[in-house]
Design a protein around this ligand. Structure first.
Ligand code: SF4
Length: 236
């Protein structure tokens, strides 16, 4: 059923029941996001897509549009809140973009540019989490993980549906884990998907360093606003 909502004061016709982030995108309004993959269940972990709905700040991926809803995306407070969330993610990890293999195809980096981040307002923590090289074709640079849970939920063993990635520990002790035995059963295209689905440079393929020249990479030739660039979900 078709309904009407207002986005930044402009009336928009959309399908009732759609996720707000999708309805906004269909109306040409970009809302930055890191954990959300279009067409997939919302994870709601990063909250970078926060907007104001009827005066309340909420993540746009977890809200379903309803008739008459008033949405503020460009409001100064909520714009700064989104920027602060991105800055916090940069401060909580170790993100040396110029030397990262994922530079130019990293969603966190691209969203950092979109929100106008130059430096984090929060103190940098430079965590020291030991990298994991146990799997044959993949390795984890854990310092870059933002705990979005995309890999945990959307990359599964194709035979059993078991999770290949998981998160252990809590707070400052949290870290991303990989089941090396299951990872070694991943076919090459699933390995590629796991690398692509990670919005940071945490999941990397072994033996494939700098396969694409800087300057010709995904977000250097296309905008992160183009959501068709997002990787597809793995089907167990
Ligand atoms: S490894 Fe990548 S996809 Fe997985 S939780 Fe961390 S940032 Fe997200």
């Amino acid at each position: 059923m078709s309904i009407r909502i207002k986005v930044d004061g402009v009336e928009v016709e959309t399908e009732g029941g759609a996720a707000l982030i999708d309805a906004a995108a269909a109306a040409g309004v970009y809302i930055p996001a890191l954990c959300y993959l279009p067409g997939h269940p919302a994870l709601g972990t990063c909250r970078v897509c926060s907007v104001k709905v009827d005066g309340r700040i909420v993540p746009a991926c977890t809200v379903t549009v309803t008739d008459g809803m008033r949405v503020e995306v460009a409001d100064a407070d909520v714009t700064d809140a989104r920027k602060a969330l991105v800055e916090l993610l940069f401060a909580e990890g170790t993100h040396n973009c110029p030397s990262c293999e994922k530079s130019g195809r990293c969603t966190l980096q691209a969203v950092g540019y979109e929100v106008g981040m130059l430096v984090s307002r929060f103190p940098y923590q430079f965590p020291r989490r030991v990298a994991d090289h146990a799997a044959e074709h993949l390795w984890l640079d854990r310092d870059r993980c933002i705990f979005c849970q995309r890999c945990v939920e959307f990359v599964r063993d194709r035979d059993t549906g078991a999770k290949i990635f998981s998160i252990s520990g809590r707070g400052s002790h949290a870290r991303i884990e990989i089941d090396a035995e299951l990872a070694d059963r991943m076919p090459p295209e699933q390995i590629r998907t796991a690398v692509d689905i990670c919005p940071t440079g945490t999941i990397l393929a072994k033996g494939v360093g700098y396969d694409q020249p800087i300057g010709a990479r995904r977000y250097e030739v296309e905008s992160v606003r183009d959501r068709t660039l997002e990787p597809q979900r793995e089907t167990p």
